[in-house]
Design a protein around this ligand. Sequence first.
Ligand code: SAH
Length: 216
Amino acid sequence: MAVTLDPPEKMMFQLTLRRRGISDQAVLRAMEEVPREVFVEARDRDDAYRDSALAIACGQTISQPFVVAYMTEQLQLQKTHRVLEIGTGSGYQAAILSRLCKQVLTIERYRTLADGARQRLEKLGYYNVEVLLGDGFDVPAGAGDFDRIIVTAAMEQVPDKLAERLEVGGILIAPVGPHQGTQTLVRMVRTATGFDRKELVDVRFVPALPGIAREL
Ligand code: SAH
């Protein structure tokens, strides 16, 4: 009988996520399915399944896998959900989200990153992701409201205008705090009358900056 074995680094990857407390089976499956090596720079392919953030183009980073899995788990995604991501970067987080919901709109302020992510996602056949070159502080009104919002760049605070794009019952998760140093992951749930806000864990993200980047 032929037995197919996962390469050891992929098995370690799953073990690390479980050991660090990720227990949602659907999230673990998505983390297993999406090839992270496609989203890192060629020089980093060998390190794609290490639990660390890596540098990508335009001075940005692809987040640490544990943080991707943790934020995804906290979103409690359902197959019917429309999700907004601010900060496409490599497209990896968007790819994970796309396996767990109906549709993802992801916004990136660097053209180089937006184009690269769009190409990768298309090549992998993840057709329910739309990559938009734009400013996450100014989400086009025509994009509608969302069941879930995930911000993957540090915001000094969550703008009301952004939180208001959540449907009632919707969840937003964002790293909030100073651009330099440590931020706190904040989870907001939109209620009929306002927002329930909870602080989760400390994290480090690159800053969310206003406007489309003038450099490529
Ligand atoms: N989620 C990404 C990693 C994000 S790094 C991944 O999985 O690879 C943060 C990204 O947010 C960077 O690419 C940065 O350019 C982008 N960004 C920062 N401010 C932004 C803004 N106002 N609108 C859209 N993207 C923004």
